[in-house]
Each structure stands twice: as structure tokens, then as C-alpha cells.
Design a protein around this ligand. Structure first.
Ligand code: HEM
Length: 411
């Protein structure tokens, strides 16, 4: 085994990592690109080539149950039984051929026609949220925009009634925090919250599936219920697919919006360039995803011994694939620490290539384009609020965003 992460200074959960993890990622990539952390109990890959290859490697499984059990330390696995049942049935944790069956079915919900029908929903919700903010001269990008926007959009697509939408955000966050490898802090409390969230979220989705079976609409739950029944899939497994899409559909987008606003406000030349050339927005969004990747790590489990960069990784090992670190690898990106909205090509790994390539990438891009287009148009004088500090958040390895990002847009 190699030396401990902390003993050589690689503490992925050190307080300074929350503000800026990229210097440490650079150190790791240069000195220990394939690293075993005794403290965390897993391997960490930080080079673009290794991470990309691992995402396509069939010898690595997406079934992360052993990570979750490992995270519990001495606690009993029964503490997270609802969580394990819910997430274990999610296609994001399955390998082909099971994954292929679920993915084919889920793809049917994301047709070009469906995506186009969601455009006006996104526009309406964004406008509504910005209207609310515009009556003041300041807003919190997180509380006022990035938390409600993707959550309301995905809730609308699924037809989740308004009275459950606040719960949906809380459950997603509780499940996502434990799912995202939170380090060792308060693990029992996090596990309990994740398990309660999983049980309550599953109960609600089961109830909605039952209702839509008898009274179908045009929402995603109705469409997936019908498809499951027609194709002979077990309806008991449908809550896992719905909750996967509901959670994945907003947690990452919620983080990308403040990460992107923060990058733009920290690089006024790039903000001005974008304001003068709105056609650069799609390319600016790709750069936001690369520059401050909202899902900086993904996990895989070795199904057999694998050799990565000369290191023997034994069967059963947990491997953290550093999408964020890989997106700053100078072997792939010229001047990786530079935020360049014109970067081309920009083959970032932010949507995780491979069989699990983000199902919602097209929706996410549409949502982000509409959000930034409206934000910059309606608030051309956007700047950091000098009276309130931004608080970045990375309490787990999979989700990186902000707790709060106060801005002003007048005066
Ligand atoms: C900026 C926004 C987003 C980012 C950065 C992002 C990133 C990712 C990544 C990295 C993965 C791969 C996970 C893995 O291999 O373990 C993934 C998978 C997935 N994403 Fe996204 N995502 C975003 C938005 C969305 C949206 C809006 C939706 C749906 C409405 C969505 C649904 C999914 C689903 C269902 C999967 C699992 C796919 C599978 O297992 O085949 N994502 N996403």
C-alpha cells in the first residue's frame, strides 16, 4: 500500500479544499496520480487519461454498495436499508446488461419532442424567479435561483404536486450527501437522514405511480409507468428510476449555476466578452462545467484486479474517478487554470462519458443556456454583493457547489 493521504498532505476534506481544491489536485496529479488513501479507504485517480479510460472500463462496476457500507465504519448496515434498496435499484449503480435495459427505457422519456416541450417550462420558471428577485437590488444565486429552478423544472416534468416540492429538495440533498462520499463527518447522522429521505421519497413516488396508473397524464411518471407495464418491467423498481432522475436532474444543475456565476464574476473580462457576444453562451457553459465541475468525483468498484498507471488495484477496491481533477489536467487542456469561455475543443468529462453518460445532458444544457441568457439580460450589472460573503460547499466528493452566493445587480 502507498502512504496515507493525510500523512503526505492529500486531505481531500481539508477546509481550504472547499474554497479551491485545484492546487491539491494538481499536486496529486503530478506526484501520485493513482493514489491509495488509507484514511478514506479508496484509490483516487486524477489524470484525464486514467479517468476517461476508467469510465469505459468494463472491469469496473458502478455498483457502489460496498462504498456505502465502508462509509458506515462500525455502524450496522441496517441503518441504511431503505437507502440501499432505493439506490441499489438505480441504473446509475448497475452494469450492462441490466443497465442497458433500464437506460433504453429511460431514454424514451428524453426524446427531442419531450425536450422541446420542456423549454417553455424552463423559461416560465426562470422568469418567475427573476421577477421575484428584481423587486430587490440583490439576490442569493443559490436560494433564489439555483436551488428552486432545476428542482421546480424536474418536479413539473414529473408532475410532482407543489405541496411536495420542498420535501423533494430536502430528500434529494439528504440522499445525495450520503451517496456522494461525505468523508467521515457525522456519518451516523448523515446515514439516518439519507435512510429516512429514501423511505419517504419512495413512499411518495409509489403513491404517485399508483395514482397515474389509474389516471395517466402526460408527465414523466405516467409515461414511465405505462412503458414499464407494456414492456413487462417490475413496477416495484420504478421508484428508483424516478428518484434517480429527479435527484440527478437537479442536484448537479443546482451546483453548476453558482459555480458558473462565480467563475464569470471572478473573470470580468470573460463576463464582458460574453455580454458583448451572447452567441458564446453554449461554449461558456461547457467551460463552466470544465472549470468548476459540479460532480468532481464518481465512484467505481474493481470487479477484478486492474493495473492503472503501474499500480495494481485489487478486486473489490473502491476507486474515486476525479472528473474535476481530470478537467484541469494540462496534458489535455492548455492553460487549464484559465477560465476561457472560447475554449475549443473542450472535451471535459463533466457529464461522465461511458455507458452512464449523463441522461440529462441535453436538458441540463438547455436549462443552463436559458438561465444564464435571462440572468445576464435582465441583470446586466451583476456583481458580487460586497456586504455578504459567498460560502462555497463541498461536504462530499460527488457534489461541489455553494451554500450561498450573494450578488447585486443595480447601482
Ligand atoms: C450540469 C448538470 C449535470 C451534470 C454535471 C451531470 C453529470 C452527470 C454525470 C457525471 C453522470 C455520470 C454518473 C456515473 O457515471 O456514475 C450523470 C449521470 C446521470 N445524469 Fe446527469 N448531470 C447533470 C444534469 C442532469 C439532468 C438535468 C438530469 C435529468 C433530468 C440528469 C440525469 C442523469 C442520470 C439519470 C444519470 C445516470 C445515467 C445512467 O446511469 O445511465 N443529469 N450525470
Amino acid at each position: 500500500m502507498l502512504a496515507d493521504v493525510q500523512s503526505v498532505g492529500y486531505d481531500l476534506f481539508a477546509p481550504e479544499m472547499t474554497a479551491n481544491p485545484y492546487p491539491l489536485y494538481q499536486k496529486m496529479r503530478q506526484a501520485d496520480p493513482v493514489y491509495y488513501s488509507e484514511t478514506l479507504g479508496y484509490w483516487i485517480l486524477t489524470r484525464y487519461a486514467d479517468v476517461e479510460a476508467a469510465l469505459w472500463d468494463e472491469r469496473l462496476s458502478a455498483d457502489r454498495r460496498s462504498l456505502f457500507i465502508q462509509q458506515l465504519g462500525n455502524l450496522d448496515a441496517s441503518l441504511i436499508q431503505n437507502f440501499l434498496q432505493l439506490t441499489g435499484n438505480m441504473m446509475i449503480e448497475q452494469d450492462p446488461p441490466d443497465h442497458t435495459r433500464f437506460r433504453k427505457l429511460a431514454n424514451q422519456g428524453f426524446t427531442t419532442k419531450a425536450l422541446e416541450s420542456w423549454r417553455s417550462i424552463i423559461q416560465q420558471i426562470t422568469n418567475y424567479l427573476l421577477d421575484q428577485a428584481c423587486v430587490r437590488d440583490s439576490m442569493d444565486i443559490v436560494a433564489d435561483l439555483s436551488v428552486p429552478l432545476p428542482a421546480l423544472v424536474i418536479a413539473e416534468i414529473f408532475g410532482v404536486p407543489a405541496e411536495h416540492q420542498a420535501n423533494l429538495i430536502q430528500w434529494a440533498s439528504d440522499i445525495g450527501t450520503f451517496w456522494g462520499a461525505p468523508g467521515g463527518q457525522n456519518i451516523e447522522a448523515l446515514a439516518r437522514k439519507a435512510d429516512t429521505g429514501a423511505a419517504q421519497f419512495t413512499a411518495l413516488i409509489r403513491q404517485l405511480i399508483e395514482e397515474r396508473r389509474h389516471n395517466p397524464g402526460t408527465d414523466m411518471i405516467s409515461l414511465l409507468t405505462l412503458a414499464y407495464e407494456q414492456q413487462g418491467f417490475d413496477l416495484d423498481l420504478l421508484p428508483s428510476l424516478c428518484i434517480l432522475i429527479l435527484n440527478a436532474g437537479h442536484l448537479t444543475t443546482t451546483d453548476l449555476i453558482p459555480n458558473g456565476v462565480n467563475a464569470l464574476l471572478n473573470h470580468p473580462d470573460q463576463l464582458q466578452l460574453l455580454q458583448a457576444n451572447p452567441a458564446l453562451l453554449p461554449s461558456a457553459i461547457e467551460e463552466m462545467i470544465r472549470f468548476d465541475t459540479p460532480a468532481p468525483f464518481l465512484f467505481r468498484i474493481a470487479k477484478q484486479d486492474v493495473n492503472v498507471g503501474g499500480h495494481e488495484i485489487p478486486t473489490g477496491s473502491v476507486i474515486a474517478l476525479g472528473l474535476g481533477p481530470a478537467n484541469h489536467d494540462p496534458a489535455k487542456f492548455a492553460n487549464p487554470e484559465q477560465f476561457d469561455i472560447c475554449r475549443s475543443p473542450n472535451e471535459h468529462l463533466g457529464f461522465g462519458p461511458g455507458v452512464h453518460f449523463c441522461l440529462g445532458a441535453v436538458l441540463a444544457r438547455m436549462e443552463l443556456n436559458i438561465c444564464f441568457q435571462m440572468l445576464l439580460k435582465r441583470m446586466p450589472n451583476l456583481h458580487f454583493d460586497p456586504d455578504h460573503v459567498a460560502i462555497p460547499r463541498q461536504t462530499n466528493l460527488v457534489f461541489k457547489g455553494f451554500d450561498t452566493l450573494p450578488v447585486k445587480f443595480q447601482g
